[in-house]
Structures are given as C-alpha cells and as structure tokens.
Design a protein around this ligand. Structure first.
Ligand code: MV4
Length: 489
C-alpha cells in the first residue's frame, strides 16, 4: 500500500492549541481467539440479526434456522448457512427442540445462541444441548430453573440478604392461607404465579372480600398458561418504578455490572421505552441498587448475561422482583452508555474466556434511550402485520437502529410484533431525547402501522421530559388520549 504523503508542518504556533488525546496507543493489532468456529442462532427477527453481527465481528460462522413464514427474512440472508425447521407457528419451529438440535448437528455448530423469548429460558433445552455436546450460550440449567420459579428465586434472594417486599414465604396453597397472609402483609396485596413473570397469572387483591375470587382466578390462569398453578403473594406497591440491573459474569467467578435501566414505561406488561441511567436514582441509591444486583448474581454463582429486576417505591426503597437469565430486548441502551458489546461478551463467556472488563474498566458515559417500534396500531393496541412498502432508517450522531425490516419484507402475524428498536445516545438525557425526536421524525415505515407516532407524543410529554413517571403512567396517558379522541369524533 502506498504511504500517505505527510502534510508539511503548519507554520502557525501550536501553543494556543493544547489538548489531551484519550486515544490509546499501540492498540491497532489486538488479537483474540475466536471463541467458536460456528454458532447456530435459535431465533428470528432483529435479535437473530444482532447475534449474527456479533459473530461476524468475532470471525464465527453462523447458521440461521427459520420457519416457513421467514424464508425471506434478513437473518436467513445474512447467515452463512440456513435450515428450515418447520411451519410458521413457533411451537412447530422456533420452539421445536428436536428440530433445532438436528439443525445444529447436521451443520456442525458448536454452540447455540437462543436470543430472548422462545427457548432462551427453557432449562430442559439447556440440558438437551449439554447431552448433545452443544454449548448453550447462557447460564446453566440449574440457575435458569431456579430463577424460572419466582417463589424459589425470592427465597434464595432473601437468604442472600437482597431486599424483598413483605410477602408470603414461598407458595400459598389454600385460600385460608392467602387470607392469613393478606392480614399479615396488609392490603392491597398481589397474587403472582410462581411460574409467571411478565404479568400473566397475576391478581391484585384490595381486601379480604376479594381474596377468594382473585386467588382462584390467578391459579386457574397460571394452570392454563404454565401448567404449574402454584402462586405466591406480596405487598402491592401502588406506583412503583421498574428498574433493572445488567450483570455479566464469566466461568471464573468474575461478575460485573453495566449499570441499571429504567423500564417503567410499559403497557399490558410490555415495555415500550427503556433508558439508562434511570432518572429516578441519585448517586447513593444507584450505588446501593447496583450492589444488590451484584449480590443477587453472586448468590447463585451467576454466569453469562443476566438482569435483576427491582421495584422502586416512592420513598426510594427498592425490592427484588425477579431475575432474567437471558439477553434482554433492551440491552442496546446499556451497550450505548457502557461501550460493551453484551452479545459478544455472552459468546466469549460461553467459550470459557475471561470477561474482557473489570468493574474499574466500566465507565458509563452519557444517556441512552430506546423506543420499541411494534407493528401495531399505536392507539388501539391491535397488531398490524403486512408488507413493508417503503422504509427510511434514521441516522446521524448518536442513533442506532436494531431491526430486521427491509424493503418488501412481510411482517408475519405469528410472532412478537416488535419490528425495530430505535436507540438514541447523547451526552445527557436532554440530548438523547432531542436525538430521539429527530430520529422518530425521519423514520419512515409504510405499509404497516407502527407505534412510532405514540413514541413521538411521549417524547414531548412534560411528565416524560421531567422523568416523573411510574409503571402506570402510560395506561393513564393512553386513557387520556382515548378520551380526547372520543370528544373530537
Ligand atoms: C408488582 C406491582 C406492584 N407491586 N408487584 C409484575 C410484572 C410486571 N410486568 C408488572 N408487575 C407488577 N408487579 C408488586 N408487588 C406492579 C406491577 C405492575 C402492574 C401490575 C398489575 C397491573 C398492571 C401493572 C403495570 C405495571 C406494573
């Protein structure tokens, strides 16, 4: 290669132009061991693509699996190999363990990345992978099994000294016990399915007169949804915030945190907006919640990427709610403030490599916010599958979009409605919000309806701008919007 011609030295005096370079020297040829030769991605959509991008950077070959509805999907196009594993319904394809394992075996994939959802928190799948000599990119099945049982997870955390809400110690087997716990805890209480999480099999009980009905419907719903109908109880917080702590751990017992995410903007137990750092935490509370996230992870010998969910009350007290043993949808906000590629770290950890970072290496910078773009009518909350006829992806400083959308893509009705995650980073929250507004204004998705217009309204709302909101804020705001529309029409 021809050497670049050096510019002649400038004649102006440089004395007034002093600066400090933060660019490290001697870092041009850092080598690394590729963690695996080939990975199968047992997922679809933006997260399958996200994993493929990490593999490409690491020099790892990729295998995509897909259902008959996803033949033309981008994760199939960008993988090195692809295998159809069944018809459109996920039970017959993305959840079909024998088909996924067979695809890994015929392609010689050494490891499987499960993404989120589907098989990502299925301890049986992890056991099958192990029996077949395939590395599961995540924690082991014992950790997943324990955290999947929310009553058991709480008992473990209590023993470790992680703060919990006042509640039943373990499962509540009869209405009589439920009434006794109701008196002890004090109303309102919430009945939650042990096998639940994310809102299903949950009932709020305002007084003893409601207990029998609510307890029984919670159990019936839990039986239908999870076959496991055991439930536990805890104090119901009226306007909590949902704050979660991102953890990374390796197989050598090193565990670090990448800080917290604020996830209170949700509807029907689906998060819509996430950000980091949380506007609700001051430095002292932030340190305490991180320390408890680390304590929770250490208590179970956690490894790979994980998230500890807390509820924060109006008085600034926080309580362990549950632990997620997968990479989360909202991991990009943490990547934007930490500079850590969480998916790459997951892969390296699974291959038995040490964490690339110590806690001291982690310096969180600025503010990041994510809007989940769903294929749905934003105000009616109904799905809007179909063909994408025109697209423009926002860009410019501080913008990232994780998506598998493409021109003429058909969004199938069978799966989650998430079609894109728009992430904005800035020096502070004000700059991140300004960048998000500008990105939403230049995002074009035609042919389907998306939640983008709702996000644009939220970005201008005084409560959102001030950071003053709880988990119920969005429901109240949507009801107000609905009322406004009813009056106009
Ligand atoms: C709670 C809670 C208040 N107190 N737990 C759990 C799953 C998550 N998606 C919502 N969850 C909640 N758990 C205690 N102890 C409030 C919520 C909650 C909620 C509950 C019922 C109906 C709507 C809700 C919306 C946001 C948060």
């Amino acid at each position: 290669m021809a050497a670049l011609k050096r510019m002649p030295p400038r004649s102006e005096p440089a004395a007034t132009n002093r600066f400090v370079s933060r660019i490290p020297e001697g870092d041009t040829e850092r080598s690394f061991d590729p963690p695996f030769r080939k990975i199968l991605i047992a997922n679809r959509g933006e997260i399958a693509l996200r994993v493929i991008l990490a593999c490409k950077e690491l020099g790892i070959q990729t295998v995509a699996v897909y259902s008959e509805a996803d033949r033309d999907a981008l994760h199939v196009r960008f993988a090195d190999q692809d295998i159809c594993i069944g018809p459109a319904p996920s039970a017959k394809s993305y959840l079909n363990i024998p088909q996924v394992i067979a695809a890994a075996e015929v392609t010689g994939a050494e490891a499987i990345h499960p993404g989120y959802g589907f098989l990502s928190e299925n301890p049986h799948f992890v056991d099958v992978c192990q029996a077949c000599g395939i590395v599961f990119i995540g924690p082991n099945s014992e950790i997943i099994r324990m955290m999947g049982n929310k009553a058991q997870a709480k008992a473990t955390m209590k023993a470790a000294g992680v703060p919990l809400l006042p509640g039943s110690d373990g499962v509540v087997d009869t209405v009589e016990d439920a009434l006794a716990w109701g008196e002890k805890i004090g109303y309102p209480v919430i009945v939650k399915a042990s096998a639940g999480g994310g809102g299903r099999g949950m009932r709020i009980v305002n007084g003893p007169d409601e207990m029998s009905d609510m307890y029984n419907t919670a159990r019936t719903e839990a039986r239908a949804a999870f076959t496991d109908d055991t439930v536990y109880m805890e104090k119901y917080l009226l306007e909590p915030r949902h704050i979660e702590v991102q953890i990374l751990g390796d197989l050598f017992g090193n565990i670090i945190t990448l800080g917290e995410r604020e996830c209170s903007i949700q509807r029907r137990h689906q998060k819509l907006i996430e950000e980091s750092p949380s506007p609700a935490l001051g430095p002292e509370l932030r340190q305490r919640i991180w320390a408890m996230g680390l304590r929770a992870a250490r208590a179970v010998g956690y490894f790979n990427a994980g998230t500890i969910e807390f509820l924060l009350d109006a008085r600034g007290e926080f309580f362990f709610m549950e632990m997620n043993t997968r990479v989360q949808v909202e991991h990009p906000v943490t990547e934007m403030v930490s500079g850590v590629d969480i998916v790459k770290e997951q892969i390296r950890i699974a291959a038995g490599q040490k964490l690339e970072y110590t806690q001291e290496d982690i310096a969180l910078r600025g503010h990041a916010i994510e809007c989940r773009i769903n294929a749905e009518d934003p105000f009616r909350c109904t799905p809007s599958p179909g063909r994408i006829t025109a697209l423009n992806f926002p860009g410019g400083p501080g913008i990232r979009m994780d998506t598998a959308m493409h021109q003429d893509a058909v969004i199938p009705p069978y799966y989650d409605s998430l079609v894109a995650k728009l992430i904005a980073h800035g020096r502070d929250r004000t700059e991140a919000l300004a960048r998000m507004r500008r990105a939403l204004d230049t995002l074009v998705v035609e042919g389907i309806k998306t939640s983008a217009p709702l996000h644009r309204l939220i970005m201008d709302h005084p409560d959102f701008i001030s950071g003053n909101f709880s988990t119920h804020w969005l429901e109240v705001y949507l009801a107000a919007l609905e009322k406004e529309r009813a009056e106009v029409h």
